[in-house]
Design a protein. Structure first.
Lengths: 162, 800
């Protein structure tokens, strides 16, 4: 949607991974497009229609599909993306669990899975396998058969307890 | 021989035994659940994919697709599009050389017709390419597409292969006289007049004579649909001219070297001016065993002299990428009352779509990769691939075997039931055994069968035994009799190859660094299957170091050794074989220097965890010391070697699928509740990655069994181009899964390994059909097994 110079840009201020940023966005630009335009490329464009949860980010504590939200609506928001999870190079326990379980194969769906898991475990720190499956029902993976991602979420929950 | 042909080569068991004695039984890195070498970038969202590659001043390209299934382009007016501010180039068929080629990522000479043109004055399916645009932004490029005026002359179209091969049907292609094998039935169009892209007949033994010995003859026709790879990373690439006027294409591809050759041909550039760089690929499954967007970006980059990026949308992935061949398969076999199979035949009619890429090889593979699973006196196989005006069918995980095994393993189940025999017992009685020669891959000369391969390893008996035990095959279970939800059990067996016999080349070069680490530069492409990790483990094991000393670099046509690419289950066996040879040579070079320093013969020395050992035990030298000595000391040299591997062989992995289903007789819904997957892969180089391959393949096959189908309207348009209407499996559809790895050592493979990635795609669909029969007594012979088909079959059952 970023047709150069033909439409007025909208200035928004938001927090991205803990840092205050000011973005100039187009009226029709999605949050995902704006993230990519600002070099946050870890969040993936897979379907562009909200059907695969591959573009998942955390907006004010809620997990959302960034392909289905306009960037202009994110003004004032507190945004967490896949790039914001590791701290000073140290992997977040969810990332550690996905790596350890071999839950990433091609890896394209992985940021979406991890961000969805992040939001889910905030609310359900001790989930059952059934609850994990229900929470990830909208996340499409074409490589793993979901066995290892589900195991990774359970492992992450275990690791985050201690 | 001058090349690195693997020593046994002749494929007999005595040689294999000899090889075994040379192999160390104990491994330190191979067989371990090493973390993937790319785990960290994948879980942190680091920019490792082609989609994230950027260049300054990059333009964005879009493609104008045909709205018609079959038409001539009378005239194209691109003036309005070119006049749009921000548009840099519009290319039509008038602007590009008309070079007949195949887009199949196959070695030269491709076993696929040269029936494609980058752009042509004729379009042959809804979605075919009409024009390319490069503009400042994707949105401007998109807008420009709507300003291109095309005057089409509509032609009659044909969508059904059984209609397309009749006299008088609309004809899609002229004979491809430019194919290097034109007229030889080795990939060129077989019969353009009747739209027959490819045709083959294989006979082994006297089929009709064998059938006369049979007590019972069983026949059946099976159908499988169009399906999409639904690969999550769409096709994407960036092309640019570097300062030396070379065309650099950073692409999400499984086949960088084949793409380099084909792109050079299509754009009439010397191969030396083309470099294909493959970053980490976000899934392939065969969809990227093709040249697709690379020449589009490159042509626009040549025209504009600016970097050009192009990425398919999800809609384009579902309408104008590549798809699994739909197939009609007719089975007719004879069996004796005691359960001995005497003759098997199959006739596969594949939908070759608008362009015949991979059609010959996929359609023949429905028989070649499947019928060899059973012993019989005679085999008859016919393959026909027929052009239609539908989106392009190509390579997809399993490559004909998922289609063929749906037919064969449903058919075998039907035969067993006709004999009142347990389907598992029938398979045990008839499946191939270790030491057998392939009865289908070969040729009959003067009545004598010359087979191309021997099954030196075969863990199928163990797969069957452990799989049956895990599912409780012989134990009673609640079948839900008299209730709306019925339960049943089903099974299927399968096999595949490890690479394509005689059609592979792969390997690596390995270079020692001064700290004792190694650069492993391989032509193999990691598409998620984990080849960088697997090949790294093979290198580490053979070198005598840990994974922390291995730095993987894969698939850049300028810097890595030639490799046919990641497809046909070839990477571990073929590229891994080459990596192992390279590592052994580097190890030898290290030991020669160390031997000189320690006054010891290299033959008596070894390397364990990076430390040099002599017969007296650990020396005070490490690999890092040797590296320093060679880079700065008296033995100055760069320790480095390459290894590559090819073979006339293709060892078969074996697979057994056992499942339990619940069928709701009121809604027709089928649910797989338990799945036991037993795979004989020779050796699991990395058990975590191997089970991951199995779980993913079985899940993909579950979608094939139950829900996935690309649907078309009467004009040939895809009706369900998105994840809402094209249903792939989700976490909620998944059965409780158990994966069993069986390791029947394949002594020609690196550390005993054969393949793992494709064979588990072959069992689920027939297992579901067989389990539904077990639950309801109705036989569904076409995929997907939808609620509608179940309810219709139940209605029919009631009428009888």
């Amino acid at each position: 949607m970023e047709r150069n110079g033909t439409m007025p840009k909208i200035e928004i201020t938001l927090k991205v991974n803990g840092r205050q940023e000011t973005w100039r966005v187009q009226p029709g630009e999605t949050l995902l497009e704006a993230l990519h335009a600002h070099h946050y490329r870890g969040t993936k464009l897979i379907c562009g229609t909200g059907d695969c949860c591959g573009c998942g980010v955390i907006l004010d504590g809620r997990s959302i599909n960034s392909c289905c939200m306009l960037a202009a609506q994110a003004g004032g928001a507190d945004l967490l993306t896949i790039e914001g999870l590791a701290q000073e190079g140290k992997l977040h326990p969810i990332q550690e669990a996905f790596a350890e379980e071999g839950a990433a194969q091609c890896g394209y769906c992985t940021p979406g899975f991890i961000m969805r898991t992040y939001a889910f475990l905030q609310e359900h720190p001790r989930p059952t396998e059934e609850e994990v499956r229900a929470a990830l029902a909208g996340n499409i993976c074409r490589c793993t058969g979901y066995v290892k991602p589900v195991a990774a979420v359970l492992r992450a929950a275990e690791n985050m307890k201690s | 021989m001058a090349h690195d042909y693997y020593e046994p080569g002749t494929g007999n068991i005595a040689d294999a035994e000899h090889q075994r004695t040379r192999q160390e039984a104990r491994t330190r890195v191979v067989g371990q659940k090493e973390r993937r070498v790319d785990a960290r970038p994948l879980v942190t969202g680091a920019p490792v994919y082609a989609a994230e590659f950027e260049q300054p001043n990059m333009l964005h390209a879009r493609i104008l697709h045909s709205p018609h299934a079959h038409a001539n382009i009378r005239h194209i007016d691109k003036s309005k599009a070119l006049a749009l501010p921000g548009v840099h180039a519009v290319l039509t068929h008038e602007d590009l050389p008309r070079v007949a080629h195949s887009t199949a990522g196959q070695p030269y000479v491709e076993m696929s017709p040269y029936d494609a043109y980058l752009l042509d004055s004729r379009v042959r399916y809804v979605g075919d390419w009409v024009a390319f645009v490069a503009a400042e932004t994707p949105a401007i490029a998109e807008e420009a597409l709507s300003l291109i005026e095309v005057d089409y002359e509509l032609l009659p179209a044909v969508f059904d292969p059984l209609e397309a091969c009749k006299d008088g049907a609309p004809r899609l292609h002229e004979p491809d006289t430019t194919h290097p094998n034109a007229g030889k039935n080795l990939g060129s169009i077989y019969d353009a007049t009747h739209n027959i892209a490819a045709h083959e007949v294989i006979r082994h033994g006297d089929f009709e004579a064998a059938m006369r010995e049979a007590d019972i003859i069983v026949e059946g026709e099976y159908r499988v649909p169009y399906i999409s790879h639904a690969v999550l990373e769409p096709h994407v690439c960036v092309a640019y001219l570097d300062g030396y006027e070379r065309m650099i294409v950073v692409s999400s591809t499984q086949v960088p070297y084949h793409t380099r050759r084909q792109l050079a041909s299509v754009l009439q550039l010397p191969i030396s001016r083309v470099r294909i760089v493959k970053p980490r690929v976000g899934g392939g499954f065969g969809s990227k065993q093709e040249m697709l967007l690379e020449p589009v970006a490159a042509a626009l980059a040549l025209k504009t002299r600016r970097p050009v990026r192009i990425e398919y949308s999800r809609q384009e992935e579902f309408t104008a990428a590549r798809f699994r061949h739909p197939m009609i398969m007719r089975m007719r076999s004879g069996v004796k009352r005691d359960g001995t199979l005497v003759a098997i035949s199959m006739h596969s009619i594949g939908n070759a779509s608008a362009y015949g890429t991979h059609s010959f090889t996929v359609t023949r593979s429905t028989g070649h990769k499947t019928l060899c699973l059973y012993r019989a006196k005679a085999y008859l196989f016919q393959a026909d691939a027929i052009y239609t005006n539908l989106p392009i069918t190509g390579a997809m995980r399993g490559y004909g075997a998922p289609q063929g095994f749906f037919a064969l393993e449903s058919h075998i189940d039907e035969i067993a039931h006709r004999l009142n025999m347990d389907p598992l017992e029938f398979r045990r009685k008839n499946h191939v055994q270790k030491g057998d020669w392939d009865p289908v891959e070969g040729e009959e000369i003067d009545g004598v069968w010359h087979s191309k391969r021997q099954f030196r390893s075969c863990g199928l008996p163990e797969c069957l035994e452990r799989g049956a035990a895990a599912i409780g095959w012989y134990e009673p279970f609640d079948r839900g009799d008299g209730k709306p939800i019925r339960r049943g059990r089903g099974m299927a067996t399968a096999m595949q190859g490890s690479g394509v016999a005689s059609f592979e080349l792969g390997g690596a070069s390995i270079k020692l660094n001064e700290d004792g680490s190694f650069n492993v530069m391989t032509g193999a492409t990691d598409i998620g299957q984990g080849s960088d990790t697997i090949l790294g483990q093979i290198a580490a094991e053979a070198l005598g170091v840990g994974m922390d000393k291995i730095i993987m670099h894969s698939a850049d046509t300028d810097s890595s050794v030639f490799d046919y690419g990641s497809y046909a289950s070839s990477t571990t066996y073929i590229s891994g074989g080459g990596v192992k040879l390279a590592a052994e040579r580097v190890r030898q070079q290290i030991l020669e220097v160390a031997g000189d320093m320690l006054d010891c013969s290299p033959e008596d020395m070894s390397i364990i965890d990076g430390v040099i050992y002599t017969p007296r035990g650990a020396s005070n030298l490490t690999i890092a010391d040797i590296a320093h000595e060679t880079l700065y000391g008296r033995h100055r040299q760069q320790i480095m070697a390459k290894g590559d591997f090819w073979t006339d062989d293709s060892p078969a992995p074996f697979f057994a699928q056992f499942i339990e289903v619940e069928v709701d007789t009121e809604t027709g819904q089928v649910r797989v509740t338990r799945a036991v997957n037993a795979l004989d892969l020779g050796k699991a180089i990395n058990p975590t990655l191997a089970t991951g391959q199995v779980e993913g393949a079985v899940t993909m096959a579950l979608g094939y069994a139950l829900s996935e189908e690309l649907k078309f309207d009467e004009q040939g348009r895809v009706r369900n181009p998105g994840f809402v209407d094209y249903k792939v499996m989700s976490t909620l559809d998944m059965p409780k899964m158990t994966t069993i790895l069986v390791e029947d050592t394949e002594y020609t493979g690196p550390f005993g390994a054969k393949s793992a990635g494709e064979v588990p795609t072959n069992g689920m669909a027939p297992a579901v059909a067989n389990a539904v029969y077990d639950a309801l007594g109705v036989r569904i012979r076409s995929l997907p097994i939808t609620p509608e088909k179940i309810l219709q079959a139940l209605d029919k059952q009631k009428d009888h």
